[in-house]
Design a protein around this ligand. Structure first.
Ligand SMILES: Nc1nc2c(ncn2[C@@H]2O[C@H](COP(=O)(O)OP(=O)(O)OP(=O)(O)O)[C@@H](O)[C@H]2O)c(=O)[nH]1
Ligand SMILES: [Mg+2]
Length: 405
């Protein structure tokens, strides 16, 4: 490990130390193993080769009669690279979801059972439940490990028109959170839904049930669902709650809906009916959101990487525009592109390592206090001033001894 760590690998190590789920551990190990490092170094080398050819053309092109095909060949190579970078960016933020958790927001009208669901999921009384509509005002978050993936659940205020200013703020927050959700759990009362369907004479056989529901008056959701990334309905689950209150006949109708539409789960958050099935559907959806690319290619795991990769792509796009006008400016774009990639992999300075490793770690491990951590590093720094690898190794050994693993 010594002398070979770049910033992505150190970040991988920090993620490994902080990992709480199997998926986070796997991803961190892949990153620590140099998955991202190899990918970005390969891209940098390719831009570097193009840059070298271009610089040669600028310096000697006219005098030495360099091959005229240099420019088109550089453009062709960069075109291939741009396609690869674009594909890398179209990852639906899977790596970031694994690392930070799938943000799952529970929404619906007041009193439909959102907080009851939250408590069921967390197996704790984290939210106040009451028959009074408008009980929950603020948003409430709780993280859980679902089938090896981190899921951050968020309970919200029931959405309705209200003159109460505090509740209005709650509704505003609920809408804000919903618009940022990776996954929506949209709760309806089963009985009311059936009543609305029969009132409007809407056959449940009609195409997408969620569209029908949206048209049936839950219009506030229309914008939320429409705004929800590209996947939209694919990551919205509809829970028809309180099925314990249904007659036999009504229950049959609800079951038919559930069989017909994969996004619908009929449940009772009070007596637990249908919850096992719902949990299975939920964990399948979570897996779809987090993985699924063959061969487990290295993915972007942090916003920091995404910003740099996007900037790099932008530089390569601008290169294409500049090359027709001014070759020297175009060459500069390539230097910028390399810089952006270099920011991701980074030359590791001691402070970078300290920042990355210590950012969250000592908050989590209460038995190693920050002062102990700092003094450990001071002594390490004195001994091994320029050897990052050794410091990291020493840190890991220290942590392992603290954890007795
Ligand atoms: N019978 C029955 N009652 C339920 C069920 N789920 C929730 N309730 C009841 O419905 C009422 C409202 O539940 P909450 O969980 O507070 O509803 P909420 O959606 O969080 O409501 P607000 O916070 O006001 O938006 C409570 O009295 C719950 O006990 C269920 O599955 N069956
Ligand atoms: Mg509530």
């Amino acid at each position: 490990m010594a002398d070979k760590l770049d910033l992505t690998e150190v970040e991988g190590l920090a993620d490994l130390l902080n990992a709480e789920t199997e998926a986070q551990r796997r991803q961190a190990l892949r990153q620590m193993d140099g998955g991202l490092h190899k990918l970005y170094t390969d891209w940098t080398d390719r831009v570097k080769r193009c840059s070298a050819r271009l610089e040669a053309f600028i310096d000697f092109g006219e005098d030495q009669h360099l091959d005229e095909s240099i420019l088109p060949s550089v453009q062709k190579d960069l075109e291939v690279l741009k396609n690869e970078i674009s594909a890398h960016l179209q990852d639906k933020r899977k790596g970031e979801k694994v690392r930070s958790g799938v943000f799952t927001v529970i929404i619906g009208r007041p009193n439909v059972g959102k907080s009851t669901l939250m408590n069921y999921l967390c197996q704790k009384e984290v939210a106040i439940v009451s028959p009074i509509a408008g009980t929950t005002r603020d948003t409430l978050e709780f993280s859980l490990n679902i089938s090896g993936y981190m899921v951050n659940f968020c309970d919200t205020a029931g959405i309705r028109e209200t003159s109460d200013t505090i509740e209005q703020e709650g509704v505003k927050r609920a809408k804000e959170r919903s618009s940022k959700a990776d996954m929506l759990l949209f709760i309806l009362e089963a009985k009311r839904t059936l009543e609305m369907l029969s009132l409007k004479k809407v056959s449940p056989k009609k195409k997408e049930f969620i569209q029908i529901i949206l048209r049936l008056g839950e219009s506030y959701l229309q914008s939320i669902v429409a705004n929800q990334h590209e996947e939209s309905n694919a990551n919205t689950l509809i829970l028809l709650n309180k099925i314990d209150l249904l007659s036999e006949e009504e229950l049959m109708k609800v079951k038919q809906l559930e069989e017909k539409y994969s996004s619908i789960c009929a449940v009772s958050c009070i007596d637990g009916t249908g919850m096992q099935k719902f949990m299975n559907v939920l964990s399948e959806r979570i897996k779809e959101l987090c993985c699924g690319h063959a061969g487990e290619l290295p993915t972007i795991t942090q916003e920091r990487h995404r910003v740099c990769v996007k900037n790099c792509l932008q530089d390569l796009i601008e290169f294409d525009e500049c090359i027709k006008l001014d070759i020297a400016i175009a060459a500069d774009k390539l230097r910028h592109a390399m810089n952006e990639l270099g920011k991701i992999t980074g030359r590791i300075r001691i402070n970078d390592i300290l920042d990355v490793i210590f950012k969250d770690f000592f908050d989590i491990l209460s038995f190693v206090s920050p002062s102990q951590g700092n003094s450990l590093f001071v002594s390490l720094l004195q001994e091994e001033e320029n050897d990052c690898g050794r410091i990291v190794l020493a840190l890991v050994t220290h942590i392992e001894s603290q954890m007795k693993i």
